[in-house]
Design a protein around this ligand. Structure first.
Ligand code: SAM
Length: 234
């Protein structure tokens, strides 16, 4: 299933990037292994963001279903399952799913995780109480982000939390500078989204009529900037 004409192309590029080009770097960044000072700021920011998103979920997730959409190496899924959730953790990168499976503790207090390789929009994964997409939509343009959220909303019963890259002067400069590199040398760009515009598009999206915008929280430090947005079924 596809959210739009550009969604499939972006997803394909991200699969190549996370499954090949950046697999080792991503494995290292999401571990306790030493990293450069720049990456250490990214790791610290990502830890804060994960805590923010997990903090918006009920402390006790017993009996709840959670989709970790674009789960990467699985840290958020593991924490949700520790709290009792039944998690489907999906990522388009099979290499990252292999790492996530290896890292997953055999015993999760009451919960479980079903790791899947594929598209987060595949309706075959079923319905969920909560959907969390941490930094998995930051490489898509704003129109795709809204369509993805609408598509996820159609099979979500309580809340959706996703992050976007807020349009800040620093991120806009980095985005512009990235375009100077030859295409083959580039990591998929993080595409900044203007917060006000994104909120307006979410508020007026036909597929989100039954939803209200909830909390929003920006995490910014060193080389990491990302903003969490919550939506709740009204
Ligand atoms: C920046 S990483 C974040 C991973 C994880 N959420 C975390 O915070 O550690 C983005 C992830 O989203 C995945 N992804 C992007 N688009 C996806 C899609 N349409 N379906 C499934 N996974 C996707 C990528 O493969 C990548 O692992």
């Amino acid at each position: 299933m596809s959210a739009s004409g550009t969604y499939d192309a972006y997803r394909g590029r991200l699969e190549t990037y996370f499954d090949r080009t950046a697999l080792k770097a991503w494995e290292q960044l999401t571990s306790d292994a030493p990293v450069s000072r720049i990456r250490a700021t990214v790791r610290a920011g990502r830890d804060r963001m994960r805590d923010t998103l997990l903090g918006w979920l009920p402390a006790d997730l017993t009996g709840r279903t959670v989709l970790d959409a674009g789960c990467g190496t699985g840290a958020l899924a593991i924490e949700a399952a520790r709290r009792g959730a039944h998690v489907v953790a999906v990522d388009v990168s099979g290499g990252l799913i292999d790492i996530a499976r290896d890292r997953c503790p055999a015993e999760l207090s009451g919960g479980s995780i079903d790791f899947r390789v594929g598209d987060m929009l595949n309706p075959a994964f079923g319905r969920f109480d909560h959907v969390v997409a941490m930094d998995s939509l930051i490489h898509y343009p704003i129109g795709d982000i809204v369509r993805v959220v609408e598509s996820l909303a159609a099979r979500t019963d309580r809340s959706i939390q996703f992050t976007f890259a807020p349009r800040t002067p620093a991120l806009s400069i980095m985005h512009a500078a990235g375009k100077l590199f030859p295409r083959s040398d580039r990591a998929p760009a993080i595409i900044p989204a203007a917060e006000t515009l994104l909120r307006r598009r979410l508020a007026t999206a036909p597929g989100l009529r039954a939803w209200t915008l909830g909390r929003s929280s920006r995490v910014s430090g060193g080389f990491y900037t990302s903003q969490a947005q919550e939506l709740m079924l009204a």
